[in-house]
Design a protein around this ligand. Structure first.
Ligand code: GDP
Length: 306
């Protein structure tokens, strides 16, 4: 709904509308005009670190925005026709109460982003129960692809390592190297979103790979892809990653990327999604790194300023 309508092409099977999650009347207008049968609410200020700086805005868009969209559906009288998907998130688990995390694991949000998404999660359940709406929460663990925003850690790593391989950059600066994430491929996860809306009954599902890896491992594998081995030296903010053989410093820690409160470890258990609708991920960790590295090397070759 955010896209520029000028990209609309005659005869194309989609149409883009301007919209904004902080503007109820535009949401009502779009829904009244389009009369959709499925709505996927992926609209968000989705960056955890930025949410500490834009906390009120994040609450408006990610939290109250979800309520606006649900209410817009009701205002249009479509609550019995529309199937609604809410992009919930593994960030809800935050300071995790147990590992792995499943649909029954208690939430402990650790950022304004996660707190806003917590409101979104519960308002979806409330509207499902109060108005009998077909509304699902997909509790998706981190999902990545070559299209990932460049300020998320995976893409930041693959972009910079691609530049290093082409001698366009020397060093990669990161924050916490030891946090662990359950990283999957966005392609698999989008399929899970669609599958949820094809069920007979709405419900909430964890979508995850069931594997966890550290930021450090993501760095090591990305460098391996360009034929370099990283050796770690020092500790804390003084830790560096050097290139084996040449001793060139390739990775540095910069505290400006630390978060006021961190989520140390996420690992999801998607067995409910597997048993209810047969979803399993097709792309593993190493193939994800490979896909992102391949795309970023191609991008940087063709456009060194990208
Ligand atoms: P998140 O899980 O939604 O916060 O996804 P991100 O990709 O933004 O961050 C994943 C993890 O990588 C977090 O624990 C961050 O603290 C850690 N991290 C370490 N260095 C960086 C960095 O330079 N940028 C980002 N975005 N995250 C970093």
């Amino acid at each position: 709904m955010y896209q520029n309508p000028s990209t609309h092409q005659e005869g194309a099977s989609f149409k883009l509308h301007y919209g904004d999650m902080t503007d109820s009347s535009c949401l009502v207008k779009i829904i009244a005009q389009v009369r959709p049968t499925e709505i996927y609410n992926l609209a968000a200020q989705s960056h955890v670190k930025i949410s500490f700086d834009l906390s009120e805005y994040t609450a408006e868009v990610d939290g109250v925005g979800t309520l606006r969209l649900l209410d817009a559906i009701r205002t249009c009288g479509l609550e019995k026709q529309v199937k609604f998907y809410q992009a919930s998130t593994s960030e809800l688990y935050g300071k995790v109460a147990e590992t792995p995390q499943n649909e029954k694991t208690p939430f402990y949000p650790r950022s304004p982003y996660a707190c806003a998404k917590m409101y979104g999660f519960w308002i979806v359940i409330n509207y499902r129960e109060a108005y009998d709406m077909f509304a699902c929460n997909g509790i998706l663990f981190n999902h990545e692809s070559p299209r990932r925003g460049e300020n998320f850690v995976t893409r930041k790593i693959t972009r910079t390592v691609a530049k290093i391989s082409l001698k366009q950059q020397e060093v990669l600066e990161l924050g916490n190297l030891d946090s662990k994430r359950d990283w999957g491929h966005a392609r698999d996860y989008v399929e899970a979103m669609w599958m949820m809306l094809q069920l007979e009954k709405p419900d909430d599902f964890v979508i995850a790979t069931g594997e966890t890896h550290s930021v450090r491992e993501f760095v090591e594998e990305s460098f391996k892809f360009i034929g370099k081995t990283i050796e770690w030296r020092g500790s804390g903010v003084d830790e560096i990653g050097v290139e084996k053989g040449t001793d060139v410093v390739r990775v540095k820690v910069n505290p400006k990327y630390f978060r006021p409160t961190e989520v140390d470890l996420l690992l999801g258990d998607a067995s409910k999604a597997k048993s209810v609708f047969g979803w399993t991920p097709k792309v593993g960790f190493l193939d994800l790194v490979k896909d992102m590295m391949t795309a970023d090397i191609e991008l940087m070759k063709n456009n060194p300023r990208a």
